[in-house]
Write a protein that binds this ligand. Sequence first.
Ligand code: CAA
Length: 379
Amino acid sequence: MDFKLTEEQIMIQQAARDFAQTELLPGVIERDEHSKFPTEQVKMMADLGFLGMMVDPKYGGAGLDSISYVLAIEEIAKVDASAAVIMSVNNSLVCAGIEKFCNEEQKQKYLVPLAKGEVIGAFCLSEPEAGSDATSQKTTAIDKGDYYLLNGTKNWITNGGTASTYIVIAQTDVEKGHKGINAFLVEKSWEGFSIGPKEKKMGIRGSDTHSLMFSDVKVPKENRIGANGFGFNFAMAVLNGGRIGIASQALGIASGAYELALKYAQERVAFKKPIIQHQAIAFKLADMHLQITAARMLCFKAAFEKDNGEDISHSGAMAKLFASETAMNTTIEAVQIHGGNGYVSEYHVERMMRDAKITQIYEGTSEIQRIVISRGLTK
Ligand code: CAA
């Protein structure tokens, strides 16, 4: 086993770090305050190849491995967790889903612009009454011969307002339960598709989250993904990979907060010495460092297994669960170490604490990850 990164992986990590420090850091507090989407920065991410990182270059991607992807998302999330989730959804849920499961025609039409970052994508599974219980889809797509008629509402959709291509999961045959679910490629411009107001969120406020409404939207037959009834298995398979992206985002939030807390603890003096010399603070930092290192190893393990074509349901869920709990614990302690300064925006850690919370919820709550992990134990 080799724990060393390759030269290429180090280069990607450095490029992501430089980009995050020079382009994301300057406006991150303002974007959070005003819930402003990082439009210019997302364009730059496209130019750097960060929106289709693992996609084959023949479809406009950067053709990199999943370890490079973990490294890049970590660096970006250290500074701006909103930019990281925009990137994660486009790469892991949208591009990866299309590349792995769509036919050549669908890839040429939809994957190429998404991988190049000319447009961005969204993944639409959650509904008002189907979050964790994802098989209870109420959105319907009724087979009308040449097309499906799509009706229903999706909730909390990341990139909901800015995306152009949407992967929409819908029930086509209620009698068949999850075997009657399909996934479709849907375009924003289609008649009957409307976008609800932007959600007012606790964290990741730079990302844009909306509900989506479909009212008699005609989806051409050729826009169904895979065989009839494949939609639920498609969604689960895609989410396994997506969880590596969110785990890496959580890892980045944790390591960003830890780095700020470590620096602060070395500079801030109380009772005549830097606070890091007080054991109460030093032990907090030791625990943070330990958890972050373990979370990073779990992310790498899941990424390694993905690149080897292994089943990553178990390792992806473990990485996502551990990294998101680490993000929450670490950011709470980073605020604590900063004391009163931690409670105001200019020190960044209060934002990071708010951003961390969603990593325990989206792409499967911590409770769902425990279901997936525990079911895997007896396989
Ligand atoms: N990987 C691959 N296949 C899986 C799977 C996994 N992790 N989990 C379930 N499946 C498959 C099963 O093998 C089964 O397939 P077959 O019938 O072919 O054998 C099928 O899915 C149904 O599985 P279950 O009977 O286990 O279904 P369930 O209803 O008991 O539970 C669940 C399924 C794991 C709880 C699932 O509903 C789930 O993962 N829920 C969470 C949904 C989620 O993560 N939502 C996130 C929304 S997307 C988002 O947040 C994106 C964003 O914008 C950031």
